[in-house]
Design a protein around this ligand. Sequence first.
Ligand code: GLN
Length: 300
Amino acid sequence: MKKLLAMLLALAMILSQAACGGSGSSAETQSEPTEAPVETEPEVEPEAEPEEEPETEPEAEAAGYTTVEEGKLIMSTNAAFPPYEMVADGEGVYNGFEGIDVEIAVALADKLGLELVIDDMDFDSALVAVQNGKSDMVLAGLTYKEERDKVMDFSTSYATGQQVVIVPDGSDIETMDDLANDKMIGVQRGTTGEMYAADTPENGGYGEDHVLAYDNGALAVQAMLNGQVDAVIIDNGPAQEYVKSNAGLHLLEGDWVLENYCLAVDEGNTGLLEALNSALEEMIADGTVQAIIDKYIAAE
Ligand code: GLN
């Protein structure tokens, strides 16, 4: 019995690791059979190698990666996602920002010997920025999703989240099923909350006609307080913060499956991902990540 439990645990660990870190390679293996056969690749590669790079950036070459701006690590994020990233009242932890992801980024940049630059924008833009070479990584309470993995490469997961439902006190929405009664749901644009809510009822969603997407979670909550939407679906981290800081709101019982938060780099930016991943994995192993999480989220 014990043996079986140990085996199951080991399997679960492998699966959860694969949920983020191993995903890059699984996407590659998926595309190979349908697209070009493997043999064509080696012929193209030697010619495609440009010659100028080693002269211009010797240090980065030695590190096995380059960044958008030499010596800098640009993080695109949406700093309206407490407690992961938010604009601080004062100086904050770093350049007026604070939060779990901000502190992780500070430590990552430090380990890589790079200067952290935090670029604050809407969440959906933060994902585009990394894909367009405007940022080096997106670190934004970003959930691993297979469809995202096709356009970005994901790190090992450093935290988990869940989508939950916030409603005003006195609402006639008492369970998640009540959301199907012709209610309007506010979400943050481009998030998994939007994906789940806007999905078809057959897939457990409520249909896109019942969803209004806002630039960030705070605006979605504001819209609910103004009576423009009946509920907000958002990650549990910010949901707890919004309920704490606004009177008259509460969370519904029940939630969607556990999500893995990862950072992501542009698809194929393997050198940088490896450097970030080994720094992140060190920080997970030595308890740094957990200490940062505990600082912002009271340990249960
Ligand atoms: N975890 C959610 C997602 O990845 C929301 C992230 C966010 O709003 N910053 O879609």
